[in-house]
Design a protein around this ligand. Structure first.
Ligand code: ADP
Ligand code: MG
Length: 229
């Protein structure tokens, strides 16, 4: 699946409080790529991710998935598209506290009235090292385990593309490194497209392709001085 963003911009607010969070970004993401988007806090990373994944609308510009203009879909169509084709991993995990790990993982399928592929469920939970944690509630799990449950949930519907917004931002460096290693391993094994947003250059280094964003302006490749971000 080819994702093509053309001149997408996002302006928040109006008048004196107006903020241009993203300025005319152009980006193409090919199927199977592992891309990192790095930039300092407030540079527009989350804004870009929300626009690329159809979670929010841009102020200007267009976004297509395999030639299909995403922002022209109706709300319901767009939600269904996101549920089936896109997986999200957030910094704050966003697990439902009253559901067990297993129930959290299966939630996207439930919303889509689909059955789980049990072999795939087993493979995912094995790869993520959470098979013996499935009956636990989120508060009974460590941060790293919660994020691994969230990764399984992001992948359960077999999406084409996974967007992760600072997936290790709430973890200590050891469990963060473990989460990234597993995410990369899943990418290698399953051949999905992976887009990881980070302000950590060690994480950005793990990706084959690197994009940098500074003050809402996107540029391709390693930037001089990017290591100090
Ligand atoms: P990052 O994820 O890189 O930290 P964001 O995309 O969250 O950056 O934010 C980029 C800029 O847009 C920041 O200046 C932020 O304050 C502003 N911003 C983000 N979301 C909103 C919003 N909903 N309303 C107003 N300003 C926002
Ligand atoms: Mg952010």
């Amino acid at each position: 699946m080819l994702i093509k963003a053309e001149n997408i911009s996002k302006v928040y607010g109006s008048g004196a409080s107006q903020v241009t969070a993203l300025h005319r970004a152009n980006l193409e993401i090919a199927s199977g790529e592992f891309l990192s988007i790095m930039g300092p806090s407030g540079s527009g990373k989350s804004t870009l991710l929300h626009l690329l994944s159809g979670l929010d609308y841009p102020t200007a510009g267009s976004l297509s998935y395999d030639g299909q203009e995403i922002y022209q879909l109706r709300d319901r169509e767009l939600s269904a598209f996101r549920r089936r084709r896109i997986g999200f991993i957030f910094q704050q995990f966003h697990l439902l506290p009253v559901l067990t790990a297993r129930e959290n993982i299966l939630m996207p399928l439930l919303l889509d009235k689909k059955q789980a592929d049990s072999a795939y469920f087993d493979e995912l939970t094995e790869l993520l090292g959470i098979r013996d944690r499935l009956a636990h509630l989120p508060h009974e799990l460590s941060g790293g385990q919660q994020q691994r449950v969230a990764i399984a949930r992001a992948l359960i519907a077999k999406p084409d593309i996974i967007f992760a917004d600072e997936p290790t931002g709430n973890l200590d460096s050891k469990s963060g490194a473990e989460v990234m290693r597993m995410l990369k391993n899943i990418w290698e094994k399953m051949g999905r497209t992976l887009v990881v947003i980070t302000h950590d250059h060690r994480i950005a280094q793990m990706a084959a392709r690197k994009v940098v964003i500074v003050d809402g302006v996107l540029s391709e490749g390693e930037q001089k001085g990017a290591e100090v971000l």
